[in-house]
Design a protein around this ligand. Structure first.
Ligand code: AMP
Ligand code: GLY
Length: 426
C-alpha cells in the first residue's frame, strides 16, 4: 500500500512510525512532514491545508489510503474531495468534522441527544452576549469562539469585565476571523480532565487507552495555554467505573447522534472529558487524534494501527480487535524558548541519538538542513518512554529528554506529577 499522511507534527510522526510496522506498506508520504518523518517516509512540499494540492498529489501518485490527521483540512472537507476521486481515507467528512469545527454544532448536538456537558448559550451579536454575561450571575464564566482558533479560542473569565473583553476581541475585533463571529458562553466545570481517543466506523466505537494532557506552558499549570506540553497514559482518574459511564452516557450516544444527524463519524473521535462530581462531562470533541496524546497512546497499542484504521473506513471495526498493553507511557515536550508567543527557529539540535537509546523521540517542529536537524517550530520534540509503571515511564522520559539540547530549549518539569499524586491518594 502507498499511504499518505496529512500533517506535520509529533502526532503525524507517531502515526507514521506505527503505520510503518505494517508489512503491506510499501511507501509512506507525509504532507508536509518534518525532520523525523524524513528519515523513513517521503516528505512532500504541500501544505496540510492545501486541499487541491493534496488531491492532485493522490491522483498522480497512486495513493491507496490517506490519513488526514490535522483538524483544519478535515474541517475544509479534504476527505470529501479525496473520496470523490476514489481515494479511501481515515478521517471524517466535512459534515462530521463539524463536531470539532463548530462548537455551536457540538453543543446543540449534546443538548438534543442528552449528552452531559456544561450548560451554555449561543450568541451571534456582541450586545446580547455582553448583556447575558452581566446578568448571568455565575463566575468564572467560559467564552468560546465557535470555530477553529488554533487552541486559543477558549477564555476562562473570572469577572464579567474579563468576559466582555474576550467577547469584544472575538466578535468585534475579529481576533480569530470568522471563527469568533458566533460564541458559546458556558458554565465553568471543575474536576480532572481526561483525553479519550477512540476509533469509530460510525456504528461501533472502540476507545483507546486514556491519557492526560498538560496544556499550560509552565510547571504547576501556570502560564499560557499551549497545544500541550506533555502527556501520560493511562490517566489514573479514568477508573473502570468512569469508563463505563463514559461509554454509556457519552461515547455511544455521540456516535448514534451523528448517525441520526446524517453525518456518521468515521476515524478518530477525541473525547475531551472532565470528571465532575456528577460524573464525566464533555468539555470538547476533536475530530482527530490529539497532539501530544498520540505520542503516548500509540506506543502502548498492541494491535496493528493500519488494520484498525482501514476497518473504520470499511465499516468492520466491530470485528477488528483493538488492544493496548497494560504498561504506561509519558511524553515530555521540548519547546522553543518563548513558545507559545514568539520564538526563534533554526537552532541545531544535539543529543537525539543518545536519547533514542532509551526512549522514542517524535519530531514536531524540526527540519533537516544540510544533513543537520534544526528547530522549525514552537513544539520541537516529544520524548516518549514506556514502562510497566507510570513512575518508571516518567523517570525514563525525563532522563532521555535531558540528553537533548538546543539554544533556549525548555520543558515542563512536572509532566505526570498530578497523575502520580492520584496513585498516592488511592
Ligand atoms: P479547548 O481549547 O477547547 O481544549 O479548551 C481549553 C481548556 O479550557 C480545556 O482543556 C479546559 O481545561 C478548559 N475548559 C474549557 N471549557 C471549560 C469549562 N466549561 N469549564 C472549565 N474548564 C473549561
Ligand atoms: N492536546 C490537545 C489537542 O490535541 O487538541
Amino acid at each position: 500500500m502507498r499511504v499518505l499522511i496529512v500533517g506535520g507534527g509529533g502526532r503525524e510522526h507517531a502515526i507514521a512510525s506505527k503505520i510503518a510496522e505494517n508489512k503491506t506498506v510499501e511507501k509512506i508520504f507525509v504532507a508536509p512532514g518534518n525532520g523525523g518523518t524524513a528519515a523513513f517516509c517521503e516528505n512532500i512540499d504541500i501544505k496540510a491545508t492545501d486541499v487541491g494540492g493534496v488531491t492532485r498529489f493522490c491522483a498522480e501518485n497512486r495513493i491507496d489510503y490517506a490519513i488526514v490527521a490535522q483538524d483544519d483540512p478535515l474541517c475544509l472537507g479534504m476527505v470529501d474531495e479525496l473520496n470523490k476521486i476514489g481515494v479511501k481515507c481515515f478521517g471524517p467528512t466535512k459534515a462530521a468534522a463539524r463536531i470539532e469545527g463548530s462548537k455551536v454544532f457540538a453543543k446543540q448536538l449534546m443538548k438534543k441527544y442528552g449528552i452531559p456537558t456544561a450548560k451554555y448559550e449561543v450568541f451571534d451579536d456582541f450586545a446580547s452576549a455582553s448583556a447575558y454575561v452581566q446578568s448571568a450571575g455565575f463566575l468564572p464564566i467560559v467564552v468560546k469562539a465557535d470555530g477553529l482558533a488554533l487552541g486559543k479560542g477558549v477564555v476562562i473569565c473570572e469577572s464579567a469585565d474579563e468576559a466582555i473583553s474576550a467577547l469584544k476581541s472575538m466578535m468585534v475585533d475579529e481576533k480569530f476571523g470568522s471563527s469568533g463571529k458566533r460564541v458559546v458562553i458556558e458554565e465553568f466545570l471543575t474536576g480532572p480532565e481526561v483525553s479519550v481517543l477512540s476509533f469509530t466506523d460510525g456504528k461501533t466505537v472502540k476507545p483507546m487507552v486514556s491519557s492526560m494532557d498538560h496544556k499550560r506552558a509552565l510547571d504547576g499549570d501556570r502560564g499560557l495555554n499551549t497545544g500541550g506540553m506533555g502527556t501520560v497514559a493511562p490517566n489514573p482518574y479514568y477508573t473502570e467505573e468512569v469508563a463505563q459511564r463514559a461509554m454509556n452516557e457519552i461515547f455511544l450516544p455521540t456516535i448514534e447522534a451523528m448517525r441520526a444527524e446524517n453525518c456518521p463519524f468515521t476515524g478518530c473521535l477525541y473525547f475531551g472529558l472532565m470528571i465532575t462530581k456528577d460524573g464525566p462531562k464533555v468539555i470538547e470533541y476533536n475530530c482527530r487524534f490529539g497532539d501530544p496524546e498520540t505520542q503516548v497512546v500509540l506506543p502502548l497499542m498492541k494491535s496493528d494501527l493500519l488494520t484498525v484504521m482501514l476497518s473504520t473506513t470499511n465499516g468492520t471495526l466491530d470485528k477488528t480487535p483493538v488492544e493496548f498493553s497494560s504498561g504506561s507511557a509519558c511524553c515530555v515536550i521540548l519547546a522553543s524558548g518563548g513558545y507559545p508567543v514568539s520564538y526563534k527557529k533554526g537552532y541545531e539540535i544535539d543529543g537525539i541519538e543518545e536519547a533514542e537509546k532509551t526512549a522514542r523521540v517524535f519530531h514536531a517542529g524540526t527540519k533537516l538542513e544540510g544533513g543537520k536537524c534544526v528547530t522549525s517550530g514552537g513544539r520541537v520534540l516529544g520524548v516518549t518512554a514506556t514502562s510497566q509503571t507510570l513512575e518508571g515511564a516518567v523517570e525514563k522520559a525525563y532522563a532521555a529528554a535531558e540528553k537533548i539540547s538546543f539554544t533556549d530549549a525548555f520543558m515542563r518539569r512536572d509532566i505526570g506529577k498530578r497523575a502520580l499524586e492520584y496513585r498516592k491518594e488511592a
